[in-house]
Every structure is written in C-alpha cells, then in structure tokens.
Design a protein around this ligand. Structure first.
Ligand code: IPM
Ligand code: MG
Length: 342
C-alpha cells in the first residue's frame, strides 16, 4: 500500500528543494504518494492563515509530513495582529504533539574544509541535539502593550520526563543536559526531573549538566565532547544553528520532529533563504537528509534511508559543493549528483 506523504513546500527556496526531494524519493523502490498543501506565507496569501484547517487535517491523516521552509520579508512585521508564516510551523508542531526534535550533526570528511572551524576540531564529531519542541517560551502566554511585552516560559514535570527519555534512549555514551539553572526556575525543575529519569530508568548512561552559555562555547571549542545534547525549546533552537556550522553549512542539517505515535514532521533546520529563492542556487542536501530521516523514523524504511544518506555522502566525496559550501553546483546539479549515486 502506498504511504501518504503530505508535502509542505512553504516559502522562499522551499518549493525548489521540495521538488528536488520528490525526484530523489521517486528513484527509490518504495510506493510514496505525495499530497501537496499550502503552508506558511504561501498559505497566508491564499487564505489568510499560515496553517489552514484543510492543511492540518491532511497532515493528521498522513503517514508523514515533509516540510521545506517558511517565512520571508514579505510577511515580516512587528505588528502582533498580523499573521506570521512561523505560526504555521509552531501550530503544526503543537497540533501534532511533536515534542521531540532530533537534529543529528555529523560533519562529513568531504566537508571538513568547508567548515569555518579547524579540521582537527570537527573530525569525528557525531552528535545529536534533542530539542524539546512544544513547550517553554515558544508556547507560554504572551502579552504586549505599547511599552511593554512578555513571553512566559513554562515547563511541566511530564513534558521534561518524556523528552529526557528520548535523549537517554538515543545516547551511546553520554547525555549533556543543557539549561540555565543558575538563573531560571524552569531550568532548576528541568535539572531535577532529568536527574530523576536518569537515576530510575537510565543509570548506565553518563549524565552531565551544562549551563547554556558554557555549552555554546564548548560546542565550538571541543565539539567532540558531545554525544547527545538534551535541551529545552529555545536553547535547542539556538544551539542547533551553532552546531550546524560544524558541518560546514546550515544547508546540511536535517531534523525529525516526533510525537507519540502520530505522523512526524521532517524538515531541514535552515530557513527559506529568500535572498536566493528562485535563483536555482539552494543547497537541497538538508532536505534530502530530512527525507532520509522520514524514511527511517516516519516510515520504518531503514534501508532506503541509508541509501539516500550514502548517496549524499558519495556525491560530496565526489566533489559536489553548492555555493553555501564554497562551490558552484546548482540545486539541479546537486540533485542529479545524488541521483547518480542512488
Ligand atoms: C527552527 C526554526 C523555527 C524555530 C522558526 C522558523 C519558528 O528556527 O525550526 O529551528 O524557531 O523553531
Ligand atoms: Mg531555528
């Protein structure tokens, strides 16, 4: 039976990298049916909201959701009454209960020299950011008057427990739980709950706690130190962009957002890059790698996932470099290079 994939191309370079990804997935011997829907700014233009009831219903009914990127200057505004493309993304994560965001960071030897960091630092880095995705300051109550504004940061014990379990189960050796426990009450609860889950369910995994400012520094000073980084929503957002530079470009980083059993959302960590939209220059590799995560985590197609990942690795080893990596390959050239190895 065909697996139903809802495809959300979104904005900016989104439609270009989404089309390239459909081509790559089409080369696999699996029966995938794509159902494309408007999302983000494109949806605001068409129907006034970033996530329509119709798009959400399609996502709920799908086996997996493959999302490219949302946002752009056209919809940027500081007016709280204006709809924003990002509301679609946050609304979808919340509505599907996608509390666990996995962002693997694995610099490839072919790209060691594309990273602004020294090769000696990034060799053998293989880490996973486990970001809590449906709580914290992103989803707390917001207020705004002419001269003041606030965003509440709230976490509950059960929200921390379930993401901690994901992190401990993904660890090979160590979980580094990142917080700001010297300042924030939510971080002190976070630390206490993570300790509890560790002691009662995962005593064999090493656990350490690190303050987020120190973690930001360690990530570029000694990135090999990390195995799994477990952290709350906003710290995870920031640290995963930083970690992306270990791979040479944010254009390389995929992510999987998973909940409890329903369809997951698979999307690159990068944004919609409006500055290069329509030029054919976008690096589609993070989107291909997100599709691989979809095959593995969303559809239990491990062999096919590995095939896509290894085709990307081999295309890069063969010299493929998009402009963000210091080369000149276009989206179309990058796509055919990967297809050749698939
Ligand atoms: C990400 C993005 C989103 C986030 C934005 C677009 C709302 O930066 O997925 O990392 O902050 O979660
Ligand atoms: Mg981000």
């Amino acid at each position: 039976m065909a697996r139903r994939i809802v495809l959300l191309p979104g904005d900016g370079i989104g439609p270009e990298i989404a089309a390239a990804t459909v081509q790559v997935l089409g080369a696999l011997a699996v029966d995938l049916e794509f159902d494309e829907h408007l999302f983000g700014g494109a949806s605001i233009d068409a129907c006034g909201v970033a996530l329509s009831d119709e798009t959400l219903a399609a996502c709920r009914a799908a086996d997996a959701v493959l999302l490219a990127a949302v946002g752009g200057p056209k919809w940027d505004s500081t007016d709280p009454a204006k709809p924003r493309p990002e509301q679609g993304l946050l609304g979808l994560r919340k509505a599907l209960g996608l509390f666990a965001n996995l962002r693997p960071v694995r610099p490839l030897p072919a790209l060691y020299d594309a990273s602004p960091l020294k090769r000696e630092l990034i060799e053998q880095v293989d880490l996973l950011v486990v970001r809590e995705l449906t709580g914290g300051i992103y989803f707390g109550a917001k207020t705004r008057t002419k001269d003041s504004a606030s965003d509440a940061c709230v976490y509950t014990r059960s929200e921390i427990e379930r993401i901690a379990r994901v992190a401990f189960s993904s660890a090979r050796s160590r979980v580094t739980s990142v917080d700001k426990a010297n300042v924030l009450e939510t971080s002190r609860l976070w630390r206490e709950v993570v300790r509890g889950v560790h002691a009662s369910e995962f005593p064999d995994v090493e656990l350490e706690h690190m303050l987020v400012d120190a973690a930001a520094m360690r990530l570029v000073a000694t990135p090999r130190h990390f195995d799994v980084i477990l952290t709350e929503n906003m710290f995870g957002d920031i640290l995963s962009d930083e970690a992306a530079m270990l791979t040479g470009s944010i254009g390389m980083l995929p992510s999987a957002s998973l909940g409890d059993g329903g369809p997951g959302v698979f999307e690159p960590v990068h944004g919609s890059a409006p500055d290069i939209a329509g030029t054919g220059q976008a690096n589609p590799l993070a989107m291909f790698l997100s599709a691989a995560l979809m095959l593995r985590h969303g559809l239990a197609l491990d062999t096919e996932a590995a095939a896509v990942e290894s085709a990307v690795d081999r295309a890069l080893a063969d010299g493929l470099l998009t402009p963000d990596l210091g080369g000149r390959a276009t989206t179309a050239e990058a796509t055919s290079a990967v297809l050749q190895h698939l």
